[in-house]
Ligand binder design. Structure first.
Ligand SMILES: Cc1cc2nc3c(=O)[nH]c(=O)nc-3n(C[C@H](O)[C@H](O)[C@H](O)COP(=O)(O)OP(=O)(O)OC[C@H]3O[C@@H](n4cnc5c(N)ncnc54)[C@H](O)[C@@H]3O)c2cc1C
Ligand SMILES: *[C@@H]1O[C@H](CO)[C@@H](O)[C@H](O)[C@H]1NC(C)=O
Ligand SMILES: *[C@@H]1O[C@H](CO)[C@@H](O)[C@H](O)[C@H]1NC(C)=O
Length: 411
């Protein structure tokens, strides 16, 4: 563990590393720069945008073998994806996401429009000067010495393999913004390993065409599950959409489903999978299926991060994190932007980033480590009392609202 008597560098201008140039990393870069910090954003891919940079490649058809290993393709977005929130809720506070000539001007635009908006955002605030592309962070750990600083090791993926492709740099602070919609999370269902059909995760779903003429079971009824089931329905022979409970099926969807009841069947729960290709549902009925698409969400992972146990991931609870941002024992030098789910992303990230930037500059202060710890424990306790499962710790929309019976969005 980290000892208490470590000195934090006198505040003001800090040398800060941001990991990831998606929406959260870019929001961070802008706020940190605005506050006068010396910012370096390390981004593994060849461009900014993160999830919004649609990638037609996939991690393949083998989620059971592949889900444990780190994914190679970052974006999980499918070709037809459109925003679930209106564009006026999807901009930074002082950089409107306004329709532009010659672009997708719809109120709920497609994914590419968000990517282009993020590119515009970078251009407007000169952020590319701080972004180093094709640079994958492989290790982040406390640097030795009396001052609390961080060693960041990265690999230049653009370079040919040479001795000097790995670089180590020391920063005063690290902001983690690596996203959490890439690493599939799978349910455990009896018979999964031996089932003879094709099993894919929504992470690797792009278009409906590969499922033409098939009987498809879509497991999970979040945003992605619903979207994918309705899209696959158009080409598949039959689609079975599996929800955990009736509450998961919203009124609107129930109506749509009844309209397409010839091709989309609602099921509750998958009981087991049989080697011969049968999928047995909770009510004992079964169907021979060609494919199962798991729309069962994602796992948070920080494979590069070594905090000596100060921050852990347990069933999608990243913690302890004060207000989902600062690990009390390492604050403010380590922070996380974009952990909460079901938020209006850009301005939520912006608010988090502003807080981090101002705490680092000394403009704002954090409570003591003990107080932050107590706050985290109180939050966990309140969630538990409200009956929210641990894996929804970062679904802030559940807190103090009455929607506990509905299921959080699983993109
Ligand atoms: C199918 C789908 C639909 C969605 N629909 C919506 C929607 O309609 N509205 C909405 O608000 N949100 C939606 N989201 C959520 C969306 O992902 C977030 O709003 C937002 O893009 C998250 O931004 P981020 O920067 O946290 O993560 P990302 O966009 O994932 O960016 C993370 C970046 O970090 C980089 N990175 C990761 N690891 C490393 C490393 N080791 N070294 C260097 N770089 C690294 C990645 O390459 C990536 O560029 C959707 C998500 C999915 C998957
Ligand atoms: C990143 O790598 C890709 C592929 O290797 C290359 O085409 C691109 O020019 C690189 N970009 C930068 C900015 O180095
Ligand atoms: C995701 O996290 C859960 C809970 O921590 C874990 O059981 C599971 O093995 C992880 N990976 C997958 C592919 O589900």
């Amino acid at each position: 563990m980290v000892s208490d008597d470590i000195k934090i560098k006198p505040l003001q201008r800090q040398k800060v590393c941001v990991i990831g140039a998606g929406m959260a990393g870019l929001a961070s870069a802008r706020e940190l720069r605005r506050e006068g910090h010396d910012v370096t954003v390390l981004e593994q891919s060849g461009d900014v945008g993160g999830q919004w940079r649609y990638d037609p490649r996939t991690d393949g058809d083998d989620p059971l073998g592949g889900a444990a290993a780190p994914v190679k393709v970052h974006s999980s977005m499918y070709a037809s994806l459109r925003l679930i929130s209106a564009r006026e809720n999807m901009g930074f506070t002082d950089f409107q996401f306004a329709p532009k000539d010659g672009r997708d001007g719809r109120r709920f635009p497609g994914h590419r429009e968000v990517y282009l908006y993020l590119k515009d955002f970078c251009a407007a605030f000169g952020l590319m000067a701080s972004v180093r592309l094709n640079t994958s962070v492989v290790r982040v750990a406390l640097a030795p010495g009396p001052t609390r600083r961080w060693t960041v090791r990265s690999v230049d993926l653009g370079k040919c393999h040479g001795a000097d492709e790995e670089e180590e740099e020391v920063f005063d602070a690290v902001v983690v913004a690596n996203g959490h919609y890439s690493q599939p999370r799978l349910p455990s269902i009896e018979g999964m390993e031996a089932w003879r059909g094709r099993q894919v995760h929504s992470h690797s779903y792009r278009v409906a065409e590969p499922f033409r003429g098939e009987v498809v079971v879509v497991v999970g009824c979040g945003e992605s599950g619903k979207d994918i089931a309705m899209e696959v329905r158009r080409v598949a022979k039959e689609v079975h959409l599996v929800a955990k409970s009736m509450e998961e099926v919203t009124q609107g969807l129930a109506k749509v489903l009844s309209k397409y009841s010839a091709s989309v069947h609602l099921q509750l729960h998958v009981e087991r999978l049989c080697e011969d290709g049968r999928v047995v549902f909770g009510d004992g009925s079964s169907v021979f299926a060609d494919t199962i698409i798991y729309c069962t969400g994602y796992n948070y992972t920080f494979p590069f991060l070594d905090t000596e146990g100060a921050v852990t991931v347990d069933d999608n609870r990243v913690g302890p994190l004060f207000e989902h941002v600062f690990p009390p024992s390492l604050a403010p030098s380590l922070s996380f932007i974009g952990i909460p789910i079901k938020v209006f992303a850009p301005w939520f990230f912006e608010a988090q980033a502003k807080w981090v930037a101002q705490v680092l500059s000394g403009k704002r202060t954090l409570p003591s480590e003990e107080e932050m710890m107590r706050s985290v424990e109180e939050y966990y306790h309140a969630r538990e009392m409200a009956g929210a499962p641990k894996k929804y710790t970062h679904d802030v929309s559940l807190f103090d609202t009455t929607v506990l019976t509905t299921t959080p969005v699983v993109p």
